[in-house]
Design a protein. Sequence first.
Length: 297
Amino acid sequence: MDIRQLTYFIAIAEAGSFTKAAEKLHIAQPALSIAIKKFEQQLEMPLFHRSDRQIVLTHEGEVLIQHARLILQQVGDAKIAMAELKGLQKGEVRLGVPSMLGSYFFPDILMGFKSRYPNLKLTLVEAGTQSIRLMLLNGELDLGVIRSADLPDSLEAEPLLTSEMVAVVSPNHEFARQSSVSFEQFFSQELVMFKQGYFHRDYIDHVCQAHQLKQHIAFETNLLPMILSIIRQEFAISALLEMVTRHEPGLAAVPFEQPVQLNLAIAWRKNGYLSMADRAFMEFIKEHQRHRRLHSA
């Protein structure tokens, strides 16, 4: 068993086709088929169910692919570590962030980091925290922001920030004149919400279920500007992080009677390799947070 065989095996499993995998790998399809056939003979077990329409993994293939992905991740980590020791790599940070933090928390951090380290590449992926967690585990991201409460055993994390979730309404809405709003009042309104998989939507779903309340979701979208526009035009209200209303005009933030504090963390794979670029970014965030606390004190 070698790295090339595992690479071919994963490519076929992900593409669901020998032809598509061969195109991705830039090799001839017959050569790929022969390589996998030899691999199966070496293992003395079939890895794929073959049919005219689709290629799917056998049970043995399902077991192997979990180990194969981990092996290739570790090989990739080792290459990065060795390249850095030789000074051959400028470095890249692959960061996953939820929409609101990407728009209102990270821009200053990213621009400041890029100014300090102009040769490092920043790749920012906007997604829900559930997707970010999965991409971290699969090695598609180096770092990602998730809820502290959602940390699986296979990830490590450091606290990033605590932010309050508030009801967000138009300044003309009746709630805007209140000092707080109950969950019952909030869920009696038509709502515009992010789709499931985003941390605040998941939390609101949990609150709704815990209090045995019913949601009236009139709009569901992951486009934050659209959510804000819908609120301003008084078609619906939402629940967002308080930081959004500090930066956006034409909105009113109303705390919940039972304050909602969300603890967010920046996470990475427990057994993964954090590159010099990743570690530099982590240190820059800590420095930025210390600077922010000093100026807000």
